[in-house]
Design a protein around this ligand. Sequence first.
Ligand SMILES: *Cc1c(COP(=O)(O)O)cnc(C)c1O
Length: 465
Amino acid sequence: MLKTNNIREDLGLFNQIVDIFLQDEIAHPVSQNIKPEDLPKKLDLSLPESPTLDEDFKISLKKLILSTPKSSSRLFFNQLFGGRHSKGVLGDLLAVMLNNSMATYKIAGPQVAVEKEIIKKVCEKIGYSKNAGGTFPTGGSMSNFMSMIIARDKKNNQIKDKGFKDNFTAYTSKISHYSVAKNASFCGLGKENVRYIPTNDLGQMDVKILENQINEDLNNGLIPFYINATSGTTVLCAFDNIDEISKLAKKYDLWLHVDGAFGGSVLFSDKYKHLIKGVENSDSFCFNAHKTLGVPLSTSILVVKNSDKLQQTFSNKASYLYQTHDDEYNLGYSSFECGRRNNALKLWVLWKSVGSIGLEQMIDHEFALAQYARDYVKNNGNYKLYSAHDSMSVCFNYKNYDPQDLCKKLYEYNKLMVGYGNFKNISFVRLVTINSQNSNKEIDSFFKILEQFCEEHDDKIKKIN
Ligand SMILES: *Cc1c(COP(=O)(O)O)cnc(C)c1O
């Protein structure tokens, strides 16, 4: 007999489980971590040949959900996403129910206009003209990838048919996201043809060294084509000087992509948009709304100043797919994927509800939380601070505890989820304040838990000299 497929019943179950989950998130902000080798003992994840009894099914499901790391709790500082905005969740749940694909107007209808509206507003806010366009790739890595391929085709539109014949070179800072290297391999450029430019003490790409490197490569007969500037580096949340870099991009005819996956959302803030000053002179820009705006994974927006370039690289004829409407409304012409999830609706629902002002408040609040955390660190002699002031990442060390071991033990003892990072051969704990639901109280409790843990387990945590 077929098992029931009853959406109302299962949405009821969904509500039940979510209710328990939300209570548990408050009572146990950090889930008991399970070692991979212990999973079979703790959870029944095996897939059976015969149907599972309803009661057993429900129990398995609840147990699985409650055993999963809680990325939205007040003690989760481990990733560049965290927390959830209920309106973003609402939008995403509706997208799941609709289950459109964004490839064509025929199947997505007004959802196409939802996506286009966000892209239009983002372009306006960063100062791109009416010719600009964009898409919603699966994440920041993919946004960066797409920008690199468009840049390649702009430099030489034969490469997509014939492959690379010349030695192209790309430029990015030493502390840029690791996707730049992967993307170089994927698009046929080769990882060794990426130049990693050193940074100053604030973590910004050194523009002088960048220009020297471009000149050296030109002198060697290579073809520079792409600069990746970062707005909010993954560890330090440092912002490259786009203004200066864009002048070089223009002078040497290079594509300038701004990777704002982490910090690009400052575009919503009057107070902090100076950090991306000059972005209007870039060729493409991306940011992740799932990182700082509390919408579910993944919500990445790539905008391209000249939308023709996006289409020229990503369109392909497919008569089985594109059967109605203008190309402009068939978003498959400007995307990497064929079937593509509706990742726009969740951001649209949030934005519609809170307005641009609401998004601005979230960003300003996250910067204020970082300032609060930095003040705490600065005013306490047991800490050493490594971050600059305009940042949503607070990097520090506590006493002489080894940051790597400290973060690992905090996790193993189910106390806190936080990670560590490196810059110029120094390791440190990285506290990110990307959850706008948090208040100063959560920041205080973060430090209190950390300090108390060190006191209680001093002998177990490794030390640095
Ligand atoms: C997170 C991040 C990315 C990657 O984004 P994903 O959505 O995780 O692929 C790219 N660049 C920077 C600077 C990031 O911080």
